[in-house]
Design a protein around this ligand. Structure first.
Ligand SMILES: Nc1ncnc2c1ncn2[C@@H]1O[C@H](COP(=O)(O)OP(=O)(O)OP(=O)(O)O)[C@@H](O)[C@H]1O
Ligand SMILES: [Mg+2]
Length: 567
């Protein structure tokens, strides 16, 4: 008998600590979040030996009342909620009332705190959950918490810690994220006596980005500020030049809480598609503000994971926010890309998500009107300078020189034309061939065509099967071809590309096919362009909603300011 016992408090707290406090960086996170919740505008974090020997957080927040110092260390002691329903209304970082209890169970903790209406502060020392001392001390309003000898009584946990430098890196990365989410709070991070990072708290996220990432990145970011109903998204995204092959530079905050979320990253991928290279991920730092009752953060003790009530809405709004900013960039001296881009974005979103368009005719109408407006607006006077390396068109617009990659630019223009045709899906997609081409194909090629008959037709290929291995092409996509383009070779090239790309997935086969047709029809590098062709290309490019990159994400243009050249 007597097998079942109720665990004592210290044991419970040590076990709970196992969930929230895995390493020193988690202690830093919990302490700093408490400081933020206390309304601090100035937070100093001091670390020794990767946090193993010392973590000290000093804030100028509202402090803890003298008679609440003890209870703040108790488990389930929180000033932030009274009942679980309150979670639907709160915006504080903490609410579980267990962080301090967990930390004090596995370390020696010293806390000094003073509120504005006290004349002196209270200092308490505690270790392994026991209070060691309490005294009155002189202090400024705010709270200072020192954590020493972390994991001293959980040797297994201690053993699994990494080298000091690595543990410090986790701390640094986290502090930098929190500084990005809270540009109005000034943070200072000190490691073994050295000042490592500092933000000035002036509210400008770009200052922090500059400090953290340097000029190259700071020069290639675009603001995001987008609102729909109750959801607002602010922050920055990067253009194609700073896309990376990992998700390292993708940071999401939800009401300033750093979270990880696949719906959001997936939606961002879609929005960035065609604006970053293949296999590359766009740079973004975004804060999503939405009412607390739109989601649940109480999924896991670390609060990194969130469940959203309306995932579809979130997916679409994130997409729109990013797309809006991508399309907002100034291009060839023209600010007025388009004020009527909502329709375009919605259209693109539906296309990306394979939604059928119910109000297509209506939108087409609107699109035409938009196009006319744009054509009137978007005229840029430029001086033609020449073509370098038979590849880069050089023009001057006001104080800037532009290098336009003739292939990338033409590819983008054709891609948009073909996509337009594809969406409209009518007879005039197709240009009749004067002399139909009869082509012999391999079995695999024939299979591909048969499997994608509808797609080919929508793009503008009018194809007839002509016996076992032969087809007849009666019509090709209705786009501007260069004089010398051989329609048959082009078609064979497209087939080749489509069949040889192992990345091919059913879901984006349409998009890839369109991009491939555009690529094969476009003027190549090292081909001579006539002056009129250059003019037409630039005018066509200017009419586009998204002229910045080729469909694969390569920039169509690079610009240099006069001052930069002078330097
Ligand atoms: N730096 C601080 N300034 C003011 N009050 C603080 C500070 N740190 C802790 N507190 C008080 O102590 C309480 C307990 O903190 P603790 O971190 O354990 O729980 P919590 O923040 O409420 O919830 P969570 O466990 O989710 O972090 C807080 O609710 C708050 O009232
Ligand atoms: Mg807390």
């Amino acid at each position: 008998m007597g097998n079942i016992v109720i665990l004592d408090d210290l044991t419970i707290n040590k076990m709970a600590a196992g969930e929230v406090i895995e390493r020193p960086a988690n202690v830093v996170k919990e302490l700093v979040e408490n400081s933020i919740d206390a309304g601090a505008t100035n937070i100093i974090v001091e670390i020794k030996k990767g946090g193993k020997s010392l973590i000290k957080v000093v804030d100028n927040g509202k402090g803890i009342e003298a008679d609440e110092m003890f209870i703040s260390l108790e488990r389930h002691a929180t000033s932030k909620i009274k009942q679980v329903e309150d979670l639907e209304k709160i915006y504080s970082m903490g609410f579980r009332g267990e962080a301090l209890a967990s930390i004090v169970a596995i370390s020696k903790l010293t806390m000094i705190s003073k509120t504005a209406n006290q004349d002196f502060g209270i200092k308490i020392e505690a270790e392994a959950g026991d209070i060691l001392s309490r005294e009155e001390v002189g202090a400024k309003t705010g709270t200072t918490i020192t954590v020493e000898n972390l994991f001293f009584n959980t040797p297994v946990r201690y053993k699994f810690l990494k080298q000091d430098a690595t543990e410090f890196r986790y701390i640094k990365e986290w502090i930098q994220k929190v500084a990005l989410a809270n540009p109005s709070i000034s943070f200072k991070l000190i490691n073994d006596g050295k000042n490592i990072f500092q933000s000035n708290g002036n509210g400008n996220i770009k200052d922090i980005i500059y400090t953290l990432y340097g000029k190259e990145i700071a020069d290639n970011i675009i603001d995001v500020d987008y609102k729909e109903e109750n959801i607002r998204i602010t922050g920055v995204i990067g253009n194609t030049r700073i896309a990376k092959d990992s998700r390292k530079n993708q940071i999401i905050f939800l009401n300033k809480r750093n979270i990880k979320n696949a719906i959001i990253t997936n939606s961002a991928d879609q929005a960035f598609k065609g604006s970053t290279g293949i296999g590359m991920y766009g740079f973004f730092i975004m804060n999503i503000e939405m009412p607390a009752n739109y989601y649940d953060v109480n999924v896991h003790p670390t609060k990194m994971e969130v469940r959203f009530k309306n995932e579809e809405e979130l997916h679409r709004v994130v997409y729109s926010a990013i797309k809006n900013s991508i399309l907002n960039e100034k291009f060839l001296g023209n600010e007025e890309i388009s004020k009527e881009k909502e329709n375009y974005i919605l259209n693109e979103y539906n296309f990306a998500n394979n939604h059928t368009n119910q109000n297509e005719s209506l939108e087409n109408n609107q699109e035409e009107k938009d196009l006319i407006k744009r054509e009137n607006k978007r005229e840029v006077k430029y001086t033609y300078i020449g073509i370098a390396f038979k590849t880069y068109i050089i023009i001057q617009v006001e104080n800037e020189i532009y290098l336009i990659d003739q292939h990338a630019a033409h590819e983008r223009v054709l891609y948009e034309q073909i996509k337009d045709n594809y969406k409209k899906n009518n007879q005039s997609n197709s240009q009749m061939m004067l002399v139909p081409e009869v082509i012999n194909l391999t079995h695999r090629e024939i299979e591909f065509i048969k499997n994608n008959e509808e797609l080919l037709k929508k793009i503008g290929y009018d194809i007839e099967f002509f016996g076992e291995n032969t087809i007849k092409i009666n019509g090709v996509p209705d786009i501007e071809y260069r004089e010398k383009t051989n329609r048959k070779d082009m078609f064979l090239d497209i087939l080749d590309e489509m069949l040889n790309d192992s990345r091919s997935q059913i879901k984006d086969i349409e998009d890839r096919f369109i991009a491939t047709v555009a690529c094969k029809a476009a003027v190549k590098a090292n081909m001579d362009l006539k002056r009129e062709e250059v003019d037409i290309l630039i005018q066509n490019l200017l009419k586009l909603q998204n002229p910045y990159t080729c469909p694969h994400g390569r920039p169509t243009t690079i610009k240099m300011k006069r001052e930069e050249i002078v330097k």
